[in-house]
Design a binder for this molecule. Structure first.
Ligand code: AMP
Ligand code: ZN
Length: 480
């Protein structure tokens, strides 16, 4: 098992991850609010979480990942209830909210699949954990950390001395603020935040000891994490914007109940930016994965563009930038094809500086994993892979690599693909499907059905296959 070192926002330093249960790493990831399509900024954060998971899994850990779906909050209520009559009963309201979020859960799962983000071990929906949230708030009340006012319940920040440790709030220099009902707010004063919101007309509700109401956003993650992973969590992640207030409030809630440290490692991903600003729904400067596809961008090219950048550096999103990633990806895939094709012409010459390919591969493997284990340094890990590709291509041009050496190179490509998921082994089954489509197209040409022949060409193109009609009537093909 490798030791993985990550930047811990709590201590502002890079520290080794030492799971409470040896070999098992429990990671809670703040997931999406399913009120519309995720934008590619959100997806950057989910890609960083996928990278983390794959690095742990490839390093021998039993990596247990939880990603919640926030399916009740202000925007969801606003949009899901808009068309209901004022006198709609609660059951109808809850159902409308569920139907509304179901469609965006579905589109979110489609995005995960298109980006080859592995499905989390647990994917809880907040509304399935309301009793746990209520119990947690009751526990905080018992500990003197929560109070009820007008049917809502608030966290008493002044009674929790550790408040502000993650965001490094200057508690002494801050004024005590009024209690806030909003889930998101600035850090200009120390405010009591809402745990349970008394119901308002037109909103769905659940019954509780404080009357009808619904949970605040922050309590959702604390309750789901405690229920699914217990009292100790190895890693908690999210985008950097969640440090305050969301994660600060999660710590207050969970540790306020438990009475001891809850999360060992807090890990935050930087933002995806557009012209210097964070991509966000509210600024209107966003693209969804669907928008990218409509512009002809392969989701895996986007995936690779994100994963080639360090997760703690802002990433400036441009379509030109994706072009560079596409070119880099093509180079790796072409190298794989070359290694797979034992009949490729090559060799036949002396090489001034021959290398031992097996040794070179081992060296690259060492560099690749050292980089990833050092705070997920993907740019350096990829540099090791690209240097290897340059060296082996040069070697193979002059001194044909042996089948064993090719096998070792392919094994390393599989190992690196387990992390990057962008240069998988091209399956034989797919090749057969392509061959049979090419045969079908030949038949259409014999029948002079040019329209059909063009249609098959286009279908193959959509699969990333380019046909070359040769003068002698044969057809060659290659992948884009
Ligand atoms: P939301 O659906 O708004 O709850 O956000 C889901 C996740 O996306 C959170 O972890 C956010 O921190 C993250 N996020 C939001 N905007 C961006 C962005 N521009 N770049 C990277 N992550 C983001
Ligand atoms: Zn959360």
């Amino acid at each position: 098992m490798r030791t993985i070192r990550l930047f811990n926002t709590l201590t502002r330093s890079i520290e080794p991850v030492a799971p409470i249960e040896p070999g098992v790493v429990k990671v809670y990831n703040c997931g999406p609010t399913i009120y519309s399509f995720a934008h590619v900024g959100n997806l950057r954060t989910f890609l960083f979480q996928d990278l983390l998971r794959r690095v742990f899994a490839s390093s021998g850990f039993d990596a247990r990942f939880c990603m919640n779906l926030t399916d009740v909050e202000d925007k969801i209520i606003r949009d899901s209830q808009a068309e209901l009559p004022a006198d709609a009963d609660n059951e109808t309201r809850l159902k409308a909210m569920r139907a509304f979020t179901n469609q965006f859960e579905k589109s979110f799962l489609e995005d995960l699949d298109a980006l080859r983000i592995q499905r989390p071990t647990h994917m809880p929906r907040a509304t399935d954990y309301i009793p746990q949230m209520i119990r947690l708030i009751e526990g905080l009340e018992k500990n003197g950390l929560a109070y009820e006012r007008d049917g809502s319940v608030y966290f008493r920040v002044s009674a929790f001395p550790g408040y502000g440790c993650l965001a490094r709030l200057d508690r002494d220099g801050m004024k005590a603020g009024a209690s806030v009902d909003a889930d998101e707010y600035d850090r200009d004063s120390l405010s009591d935040f809402v745990l349970w919101k008394g119901t308002k007309p037109g909103e769905p509700w659940w019954e509780s000891g404080w009357g009808r109401g619904r949970p605040g956003w922050h309590i959702e993650c604390s309750a789901m994490s405690l229920e699914l992973f217990g009292e100790y969590l190895d890693i908690h992640t999210g985008g950097i914007d969640l440090v305050f207030p969301h994660h600060e409030n999660e710590i207050a809630q969970s540790e306020g109940l438990l009475g001891h440290q809850w999360v060992s490692h807090w890990v935050h991903g930087e933002h995806l930016m557009v012209e210097g600003e964070k991509m966000s729904k509210s600024l209107g400067n966003f693209y969804t994965l669907r928008d990218l596809r409509a512009k002809g961008v392969d989701p895996i090219v986007f995936r690779f563009a994100i994963q080639s950048n360090h997760y703690r550096k802002p990433y400036n999103f441009t379509f030109d930038g994706l072009g560079a990633s596409e070119a880099a990806l093509k180079r790796i895939r072409a190298f794989r094809r070359r290694m797979e094709d034992a009949s490729a012409p090559g060799g036949g010459g002396d090489f001034k500086e021959p290398i031992d390919p097996s040794e070179r591969i081992e060296q690259a493997r060492g560099e690749f994993w050292n980089a990833l284990c050092d705070d997920l340094n993907t740019p350096e890990a990829l540099a090791a892979l690209f240097t290897l590709i340059t060296d082996l291509n040069a070697q193979d041009d002059r001194v044909l690599m042996t089948p064993d050496e090719r096998g070792a190179a392919l094994a390393f490509l599989d190992e690196t693909d387990a992390v990057f998921a962008a240069w998988p082994k091209e399956s034989r089954a797919l090749d057969q499907e392509i061959e049979s489509m090419i045969e079908a197209r030949k038949a259409t040409k014999t029948n002079k059905n040019w329209a059909e022949a063009d249609k098959i060409r286009e279908e193959l193109k959509a699969m990333g296959i380019i046909l070359e009609d040769r003068k002698d009537g044969s057809v060659a093909w290659h992948r884009e």
